[in-house]
Ligand binder design. Structure first.
Ligand SMILES: Nc1ncnc2c1ncn2[C@@H]1O[C@H](COP(=O)(O)OP(=O)(O)OP(=O)(O)O)[C@@H](O)[C@H]1O
Ligand SMILES: [Mg+2]
Length: 470
């Protein structure tokens, strides 16, 4: 096969299989490439577009507003621009587009548009904003909605270790001020618990508390969520207040602040210093009075070193610093937390458990708890579901059967007890058995898939199932 032929086939495959919309025009503005994904996005057929002048296909565009034509003229890329529009089938679509000029040496020979469909994410973020603004106006929630809103207070923070006592003390002092708070703690250590306790225990308790995760939402949307949008901010944008406005008079928790892009961090800093925001596409300065609680699960020193957190922003936010160490570093909290979750689930599940058996508690004291307090709560909840209604002790058995709760890859560690009393082969066998049970549960007892996950042959797995009598 000739090389050219090979590249042609390769090219067609890439175009056909990529999950991104691709549209290429030549310098006469005629479409030369238009893949299926783009056709679906825009609600057109490929035949309607190929070979035609772009302005004939999209009559609502002109030389000024078409990004492709603009790029042909300027020779400069337009990157990561969010667009919301009605496509030819009348569907409301949101995409992130990049338009890139194509050069042959110094001469522009065309332009390419790459389009990423984020409609479902946009819809989710819209719902989020609406829910949050509903919550804002429900200051004293009805009985029904109350169960859905977590409202934590200091008495919900359980722990007797020195670091927890200290963190609580600092947090209580933070209640009486409006200064920014920076909370650093691993996942599941109780950052939100502390943030809410500070809000609801403080002078802003009657104002709204809003939490926003900065890592879960694409950059281009996050800015709109924070600061709001005015009509015309970008194509099809609605007029809407951002969560800074929604949290006015209250507290805004910015979760995983180190995941925010550096330019957005700079904007945030400006807002905090100047005390007003401007919606995207807007012209009005809106004064805001919001207390910020920022959190990260990475040491801020590390983030500063890596450059994922701006120094100036960190100093602005780090007026009050709270560090919550991982559970493994404060194992003296484990027994009291265990009792606390047992009482909690006794109430919820109508059980009569009084404690865990000694070997379970020993194991708890030695286990590393990568998911911290959240993981401990989940493990106990699992066992409380298993234990008989009249049983007063949670034993090893109740926990072994709740292994499925630890599905997350980082948790997938065999729950093996009393390991030090066993010979190495017996211990290894037990680990192997647990891994197999895990894989089977993960794959709904499908042996082929479980074998795949374990990286062994189906026959080998069948042999082991027999051997271990699983
Ligand atoms: N000291 C504690 N006492 C009682 N419950 C706790 C404690 N710490 C954490 N929890 C519970 O553990 C769960 C996780 O806490 P939270 O959501 O505050 O963690 P987080 O640090 O925000 O985690 P992530 O980084 O994953 O968002 C919650 O159900 C919370 O009530
Ligand atoms: Mg959290």
């Amino acid at each position: 096969m000739k090389k050219v032929e090979f590249y042609k086939i390769l090219m067609q495959n890439i175009l056909h299989h990529a999950d991104i919309g691709i549209h290429v025009i030549d310098k006469e503005r005629k479409t030369v490439i238009y893949n299926d994904v783009m056709a679906r996005l825009e609600g057109l057929k490929r035949e309607q577009v190929l070979g035609k002048d772009i302005l004939d296909i999209f009559p609502s565009l002109n030389e000024e507003t078409s990004t492709m034509i603009k790029v042909l003229h300027t020779g400069e890329s337009i990157l990561n621009r969010t667009q919301t529009y009605l496509n030819f089938k009348g569907q409301r679509i949101t995409t992130i587009n990049s338009t890139i000029p194509l050069y042959n040496e110094d001469e522009i020979i065309g332009a390419m548009e790459l389009s990423n469909n984020i409609t479902h994410i946009k819809n989710l973020s819209d719902q989020l904003i609406e829910l949050q603004s509903e919550l804002k106006f429900k200051k004293s929630p009805s009985k029904n909605s109350k169960s859905q809103i977590k409202r934590y207070n200091f008495h919900d923070i359980i722990g007797i270790s020195e670091p927890i006592e200290m963190a609580k003390e600092v947090a209580k002092k933070a209640c009486n001020s409006n200064s920014s708070v920076f909370i650093y703690g691993d996942t599941g250590t109780g950052k939100e618990l502390f943030a809410q306790s500070i809000h609801y225990g403080g002078i802003r308790a009657n104002g709204p508390f809003i939490a926003q995760n900065c890592a879960a939402i694409p950059e281009t949307l996050l800015e709109g969520i924070l600061f709001g949008t005015d009509k015309g901010g970008f194509t099809g944008a609605l007029e809407r207040e951002g969560i800074f406005e929604q949290a006015n008079g209250g507290t805004l928790m910015l979760d995983e602040i180190n995941s925010m892009s550096l330019p957005l961090q700079a904007k945030l800093l400006r807002v905090l210093q100047e005390g007003y925001i401007r919606r995207i596409g807007g012209t009005k300065d809106i004064p805001i009075d919001v207390r910020i609680i920022a959190t990260t699960n990475e040491s801020p020193l590390e983030s500063l070193k890596k450059g994922s957190l701006r120094k100036d922003l960190f100093y602005r936010l780090n007026v009050i610093f709270i560090h919550i160490p991982p559970l493994v570093e404060r194992s003296e909290d484990i027994p009291i937390l265990t009792d606390y979750f047992i009482s909690k689930f006794n109430l919820l599940l109508d059980k009569k458990v009084e404690s865990v058996s000694k070997d379970v508690l020993d194991y708890f004291m030695e286990y590393t708890w990568p998911g911290n307090v959240r993981e401990l709560a989940n493990v106990i909840e699992g066992a409380m579901n298993i234990v008989d209604d009249n049983e007063t002790l949670l034993t090893r058995r109740d926990f072994i059967s709740s292994i499925h709760l630890m599905k997350d890859k980082s948790y997938r560690y065999p729950f093996v007890f009393g390991q030090r009393n066993k010979s190495l082969p017996v211990y290894l066998e037990e680990i192997e058995k647990n891994l197999i049970i895990n894989a089977l549960e993960n794959n709904h007892n499908n042996i082929t898939k479980a074998a795949e996950e374990l990286g062994i042959k189906r026959q080998t797995l069948q042999h082991k199932l027999k051997k271990f009598r699983i």
